[in-house]
Design a protein around this ligand. Sequence first.
Ligand SMILES: *Cc1c(COP(=O)(O)O)cnc(C)c1O
Length: 374
Amino acid sequence: MTTSSRHPIPIPAARPVIDEEEIEAAVRVLRSGRVVQGPEVAAFEEGFSELVDGRHCVAVNSGTSALYLVLLALGLGRGDEVVVPSFSFAATANVVRLAGAEPVFADIDPASYCLDPAAVEAAITPRTAAIIPVHLYGHPAAMDRIMPIAAAHGLAVVEDACQAHAAALHGTPVGAFGTAGTFSFYPTKNMHSLEGGMVSTADAGLARTLRLLRNQGMEQRYANEIIGVNMRLTDVAAAVGRVQLAKLPAWTERRIANTAYLSEHITSPRVVKPSVAKGARHSCHQYTIRVPGDREAAVARLADAGVGSAVYYPTPIHRLKPFWEPDQLAGRRWELPETERAAAEVVSLPVHPSLTRPELARIAAAVNALGELW
Ligand SMILES: *Cc1c(COP(=O)(O)O)cnc(C)c1O
């Protein structure tokens, strides 16, 4: 595109960090020869525990594995229903299907993009076994309202905090509300370990089951206690994760400051900016706006101005083929108007900690210039 010459360096939507410190940590572990689930993993679990009110932490090889193993550890399966948002990454519902249970999609609150507690309550049936609230974009779901609903119906709560490291609600960190919390350390998340995941739980028995499940059902080698898989984290990944964990507080502050800058300088009246619920600490994983009209044109205009953007998520989970087709066959129809509307309108802008002031100014100016489209 010829216009890109005006902005030789486009601003990427995400900018994963692999600095000298991460490289040195990885090399140190490689040279040590202890590369799989050794001392670095144990230290990573201990360090991460501080982020979730001292809960037990169990490291695994991805956020999806974290979710999946929690469902297995809770014994969820055939005949069970799990209430999930459709406005999320497919992993949230994939794991429900993989465990043999049925996802039941509930609509979102259009302000937070997280599960609407009233919709959760309405989705509960005698077969409901669990709820998976997603702290989407880094905004904590309404746990203060979801936890009492779960308690009243005797349901497990599995927090999908894969986008929300260090987010909190009324002072309680995400991952410290539910039966278990799950985190991802994929490169584009607020912190990463190349690939990796973590489960947090206050239940020591559940933590032990998770440790068995991730390692073929063994605590002592060849003394298998249950059926398990291999979803172990490497010590190389854990060493990188520990370096990033130490940087997370400063990075989160930068994301919050970048969000404040964008919200102050984006003045186009038809753009809906992100909002933060009372008492919530948004970890600002994404800065997501809503645009009226032709979103593709808006995204193309932003790209012309050298501003990368991304749409999370253009297709709600219930409309993805592996969910849609069986639901059609079974005659299941979901009424999710806020989910459909959000999926049609959202655009996420760069908000990562390495953005400079001129880059932030360019992002805000590019969004304000979108007004010409409408
Ligand atoms: C990233 C993500 C996951 C999956 O994490 P992986 O580490 O990529 O497996 C699950 N849920 C949500 C909401 C995510 O954003």
